[in-house]
Design a binder for this molecule. Structure first.
Ligand code: CP3
Length: 380
């Protein structure tokens, strides 16, 4: 499907931005930078807005969700906004009893542990999201209308990470119940994954249609899986989730100059898709193969090694260790320069953290880091 003419990729507003260039595999003159979890608790203006509110209520309030998405863009001069929401929002909107407990994360009213539980959950009709996602679309449009030429990244949780919360009933260290269900009840597992893929895929598509210029799938807990289990029992569902945005295209002016008269002067592009996981160094190739354009790398695998594992042809995103945000500036600076240097081995590189911004991070360090990345990469 072609994005409508007002979409910032189609209108050209964001299509030439550093972020979209890098995601499309072209190295821009200056390396783009944004931070996972840049919108949130590290910002005093966020904490102020959040007083007396519940996380999921805020996610469903278009004015608040939009404002919080913009806060880090205004403050840090990052090259992208990420939409403020949460991976469990589409579960809530389809009727799952889920809440977000401060300091803990998503907690389910009831864990999905048996075949009967899966049947009960999957009886909730994903088509309900056609109307239930209206506040999300409204929040994205509002944010995009204020971001101008800065792209907004839409996101969703990958089916495994969502299933991990659903089956465990909340946060878990080893995701043992989810991994057990995969083998004890393979049919129920497949049904759960297919349902989750549809729910999260619709959430992602709604954000892109409303104006997001890129889409990121978070498989935060896929690092708990072996490569064999990932490939057989998880990757197909992640591919199905991504398929919800894979068909979305736009055109950019082509190489009109050297073109023969008969040649089209427009080039077709798909909305870039980023796939990120934590502890997924062994899965990088598979994570690319499900239909991603860009692979997000956590802080454990250096980018030159990640690029080697990916065959040298895939744009990478990452991977400053969030722990170093608390280190003395010269230590952090040396680390960031090293990340930039290793990132130069890949076709293109978007600098990010290897996981989210820790809540106690000094926001001034993030602003200084953005300037460093822009200055160092421009000088190369
Ligand atoms: O700036 C951004 O990155 C956009 C906002 C965003 C949130 N959650 C807001 C949030 C994004 C992209 C997410 C994704 C998300 N949510 C993931 C994948 C990314 C990752 O970090 O691995 C996961 C696993 C979740 C589930 C979840 N929701 C967790 C683990 C938590 C944190 C629990 C805590 O309090 O430490 C949440 C809650 C949450 N989501 C908060 C925010 C800002 C904190 C709630 C608050 O501010 O009160």
């Amino acid at each position: 499907m072609i994005l409508d003419a007002q979409h910032p990729l189609s209108s050209g507003l964001t299509a030439d931005s550093r972020l979209i260039q890098a995601y499309q595999g072209t190295r821009p003159a200056v390396t783009p930078v944004w931070f996972m979890r840049q919108a949130g608790r590290s910002l005093p203006e966020y904490r102020e807005l959040r007083v007396g509110t519940r996380m999921l209520d805020v996610c469903l309030d278009p004015a608040l969700a939009s404002e919080i998405s913009l806060q880090p863009v205004r403050r840090h001069n990052v090259d992208a906004g990420i939409f403020f929401s949460d991976i469990v929002v589409p579960l809530k909107l389809v009727g799952v009893d889920v809440s977000i407990v401060a300091g803990k994360g998503p907690v389910l009213g009831k864990a999905v542990r048996t075949r009967a539980d899966v049947d009960e959950l999957t009886a909730l009709d994903p088509a309900l999201l056609d109307t239930a996602l209206a506040p999300i679309s409204a929040a994205v449009s509002l944010a995009v209308s204020q971001l101008g030429s800065t792209p907004l990244i839409g996101f969703a949780g990958a089916p495994f990470t969502l299933a991990a919360y659903l089956v465990e009933g909340g946060p878990s260290k080893d995701h043992i119940h989810a991994r057990a269900l995969m083998h004890v009840e393979p049919d129920a597992w497949a049904k759960l994954m297919a349902w989750t893929a549809e729910v999260t895929g619709r959430f992602l598509r709604a954000q892109v249609l409303a104006g997001a210029s890129a889409a990121q799938l978070f498989d935060s807990w896929a690092g708990a899986l072996s490569l064999a289990d990932y490939a057989a029992s998880v990757a197909p569902a992640s591919a199905a989730a991504i398929a919800h945005v894979r068909d979305l295209t736009y055109t950019v002016p082509g190489a009109a100059d050297g073109a023969e008269p008969a040649e089209s002067v427009e080039t077709w592009r798909n909305v870039p898709i980023v796939h990120f996981g934590v502890g997924t160094g062994e899965l990088l190739k598979e994570m690319h193969n499900i239909g991603a354009d860009v692979v997000g790398v956590d802080y454990r695998v250096p980018l030159d090694e990640a690029n080697r594992r990916l065959g040298g042809a895939v744009p990478v995103q990452g991977n400053v260790d969030p722990a170093l945000l608390a280190a003395p500036w010269p230590v952090l600076e040396a680390h960031v320069r090293d990340v930039l240097e290793r990132g130069r081995t890949a076709p293109s590189h978007v600098l990010n953290l290897g996981h989210g911004v820790p809540p106690d991070t000094d926001p001034d360090v993030l602003t200084r880091l953005v300037n460093l990345v822009h200055d160092v990469s421009a000088a190369e």
